[in-house]
Design a binder for this molecule. Structure first.
Ligand SMILES: [Cu+2]
Length: 151
């Protein structure tokens, strides 16, 4: 029966291999969107926070409410506004990233239904760590909750 001593050691190794990121997934606050027509492209803004110590990154967005969801970043070069697709938004350990007009934003291409004030668009944010975080983008003219004052 000596070999039975091996079994607990194998269990310990398996438990240790669970990604640490699963314990502290990124958080989404103040998710909002703008009114848009069915079939049009909706937008998504939010604040992402990483309460964990390990760096993470937003790598994709899924939603049943549109044909495709993309991550974009707006910028102004020589006075001309443009936007680029982004495949990865880095999120440092303990850090945060704000998605807002003029910067990072989500685009929901081909809305399945119109977005009116008070509606909310469900989406799942997928991170490099494997974390999947659900968010509801409340349709309005600005963030649904005032951003806390920070020093
Ligand atoms: Cu865009």
């Amino acid at each position: 029966m000596r070999h039975s001593l091996i079994f607990p050691a194998v269990v310990a190794v398996a438990a240790a291999s669970i990604p640490a990121a699963a314990a502290t997934p990124p958080q989404v606050t103040g998710a909002w969107s703008r009114p848009a027509a069915q079939g049009a492209t909706g937008v998504g803004y939010m604040v992402l926070k990483n309460p964990g110590r390990a760096a993470d990154a937003l790598v994709s967005v899924e939603t049943p409410a549109a044909r495709t969801a993309m991550i974009h970043r707006s910028s102004i070069t020589n006075g001309v506004a443009s936007m680029q697709m982004v495949s990865r938004v880095p999120l440092a350990g303990g850090g945060s990233v704000t998605f807002a007009p003029g910067g990072y934003h989500l685009m929901f291409v081909g809305l399945a239904r119109p977005l009116g004030p008070g509606d909310s668009l469900p989406a799942t944010l997928v991170f490099a760590s494997g974390a999947r975080v659900k968010a509801a983008f409340v349709v309005g003219l600005g963030p649904p909750v005032a951003t806390p004052h920070q020093h």
